[in-house]
Design a protein around this ligand. Structure first.
Ligand SMILES: [Zn+2]
Ligand SMILES: [Zn+2]
Length: 294
């Protein structure tokens, strides 16, 4: 896209501001973006902003590590490659819940799962299996059985390979908890972009699972998500961008990248009523509990 183009029209007809938001004030202590898609273009007006720039801009504001997340077999290969290339990046590999039904229709789900299993064994640079889970927002009832089969397959891989299970849960809390109840789980379970209410948050924390909060927790209309955050011990909280999606307030709709994590961390500190240093160091410690150190 032309560098002169400063806005675009989305599918639903809204104008999108493509100007990259300014860097926020750096954090006093480092944190990790636990869920990012460095390989998905964000439509920003500066088309020179690739993984090199995204990683450097993040480090400048105290976001010193990134978990790069795959959503298909090819993008999981990319995730592993990025983790090989950058010492600050580790990979999670998976078929996205909305990818699974498409693969199942073509009879390719089993082969794709075997491919994910092989990538999950690529060594210490791979720390998670995900994002997997259920999504009733983009997948209709016909696709749900394949989605659940894929989710269960990923759980099995994560458990056998002793990796963190990274869960995508969109409008599917009941399904996710039902599957987690009767599956043999890995030791570490992470709800990426947690979207449940306070009751679900308490339940997840009691089970020892991690809740990763994205820019959504900064949105004006996210009162119930902030209640969920306030309802759990900080020891269960992680932070992420899900970049290039879910840009935090006040830049909602503009391109997202890991360097905007400080906006979400500051919002978390405000909600839990703790000072920023304590929040950064606790979240960083939690990240190491969930994904190890690197
Ligand atoms: Zn997701
Ligand atoms: Zn994601």
């Amino acid at each position: 896209m032309s560098r002169m183009q400063r806005s675009a029209t989305t599918d639903d007809g809204r104008r999108r501001d493509l100007v990259r938001p300014p860097a926020p004030e750096p954090l006093p202590l480092p944190v990790t973006d636990t869920h990012c898609h460095l390989d998905i273009g964000d439509g920003g007006d500066d088309d020179t902003f690739g993984p090199d720039q995204a990683i450097a801009a993040a480090a400048d504001v105290g976001v010193n590590r990134i978990v790069q997340v795959g959503v298909s077999l090819p993008s999981s290969v990319v995730a592993v490659d990025l983790a090989r290339r950058y010492s600050s990046v580790v990979a999670a590999v998976a078929l996205h819940p909305n990818e699974a039904p498409r693969l199942a229709v073509d009879g390719e789900l089993d082969d794709a799962l075997a491919g994910i299993d092989r990538l999950a064994g690529a060594g210490d640079i791979v720390r998670g299996v995900g994002e997997t889970g259920m999504d009733r927002f983009r997948t209709g009832p016909d696709g749900i059985p394949a989605q659940e089969e894929s989710f269960r397959g990923h759980i099995e891989i994560a458990r056998r390979r002793e990796l963190a299970l990274v869960i995508h849960d969109r409008d599917a809390h009941g399904d996710i908890l039902r599957v987690l109840e009767d599956a043999d789980l890995p030791e570490r379970v992470v709800f990426h972009c947690f979207s449940g209410d306070a009751e679900m948050a308490r339940y997840c924390a009691r089970r020892g699972w991690f809740l990763s909060f994205a820019g959504t927790v900064t949105f004006k209309n996210a009162g119930s998500l902030r209640e969920a955050l306030a309802a759990v011990p900080l020891e269960h909280v992680l932070v992420e961008t899900d970049a290039p999606f879910l840009t935090p307030h006040p830049h909602r709709g503009r391109p997202n990248a890991s360097y905007l994590v400080p906006l979400t961390v500051r919002a978390i500190a405000e909600v839990v009523g703790r000072d920023l240093e304590a929040v950064c160091s606790t979240i960083q410690h939690n990240t190491e509990m969930a994904f190890g150190t690197w």
